[in-house]
Design a protein around this ligand. Structure first.
Ligand code: ZN
Length: 113
């Protein structure tokens, strides 16, 4: 199968999946550009195979990994706080933790809507 034929098939497949042909040509090579899952792909120079396997990033995915990170950090800071004798440093740790908790509660409420 020739490369351009392969490109054509990938283009057709992308369009079948909802990619939208764009009016503006690629600034690099004047190729036809398509918008797919929030990204713009040039049908001439971009790897369309990668576009096809691209996974849509959802807020839910990001929120889930953020939540994991925040909980891990909170746990680390809880341990830090436990061993901290200096009141000034305790204050710093607590204010950082307060921000994590704030962000966590925002995440939770955003997922309820
Ligand atoms: Zn291009």
């Amino acid at each position: 199968m020739s490369q351009s034929r392969e490109k054509m098939q990938l283009t057709v497949e992308l369009m079948r999946r909802g990619a939208v042909m764009m009016k503006e040509p690629c600034p690099l090579d004047n190729g036809v550009q398509m918008r797919y899952k929030g990204k713009v792909y040039c049908t001439t120079h971009d790897d369309l195979e990668a576009a096809l396997s691209a996974k849509e990033i959802t807020f839910g995915d990001v929120a889930a990994s953020m939540r994991d990170q925040l909980l891990t950090k909170l746990k680390e800071n809880t341990a830090l706080l436990e061993n901290e004798k200096d009141p000034q440093k305790q204050d710093q740790i607590v204010s950082v933790m307060a921000k994590y908790v704030d962000l966590l509660s925002k995440l939770e409420s955003s997922q309820r809507t």
